[in-house]
Design a protein around this ligand. Sequence first.
Ligand SMILES: [Fe+2]
Ligand SMILES: [Fe+2]
Length: 330
Amino acid sequence: MSVTVGVIGLGAMGSAIAIRLTQAGFDVIGIDLLEIERLERALERHPRLAERVFTEAERDYAAAVAILETADARDKAESSRALAAAWRDGGLTEIGTARPPDRPARQSRPPLVRPGEVPRRRLGRSRESRVALFHALAHIELNAIDLAWDMVARFAGNPDLARGFHDDWVAVAAEEARHFTLLSDHLHRLGASYGDLPAHDGLWQAAAATAHDPLARLARLAVVPLVLEARGLDVLPDMIARVAAAGDRDGAAALEIVYRDEIGHVGTGRRWFDHLCSCRGLPPETTWRALVRTHFKGEVKPPFNAAARRAAGFLPAYYAGFSKQTADST
Ligand SMILES: [Fe+2]
Ligand SMILES: [Fe+2]
């Protein structure tokens, strides 16, 4: 019969004890989420222990990672809102520092296809065209939930980032979860469900390109809130007007909520981007341009919604006249 032993605290002594126990044939569950890098170095030499430690730690202690590993979209949204409420109320003070997965878990539907393979329909008055629109938007919001939790989990423990960083991105995660729920509820009103149509993985891939950069936190902030979510501000007003013109008041009202919240998300991204730049003595505007050139494959194209961007504190000095091809002279 195998015996499982828990070792709490994996510093110099605890790691040595855990390794000895493993070598003696015990199943060891090691728990020390505060010194993950030191633990990783010790575990590189002992893969069997590594497997046990990370499986147990991720499942039991890292709330953000647990949500990334939740496949069911409704469950992901509901647990995001519950976790954010616990965080806000002070019942939960540690998100944990388990490593986020390279890819979040996904339910079996919708099928994921390449970006060009998602059927495009021009938004008109037909129910089908609105189902296609709201399905695509719900999928974006689902990715946005994971991106917010990934931001929390991947960048935990950074000394430049106070608890305020977590407060902000936990709040963003809760709002993305609300957006997903609003849009998938609207799909139900239209007689459809999230999962009915194919979707693409481009948003996650764009973000994943920033996961391993030496300036990873800055790169992630440059691309996710300040390119992808800022693009949402550019396109949403026209989308809301078209949905309203099709007589879909509930759909337009849901998108109004999304639009208002997304101004806040761009603002949160810009504030933390500027903060990290100032910690490193970097000029924010040219740093943003350099990071977008390196890490974002697509184009940053006008027309820009300058008023909404300005409301988020994201001024034209960052993006006006920006070209991926032309390096800045400054
Ligand atoms: Fe959103
Ligand atoms: Fe957002």
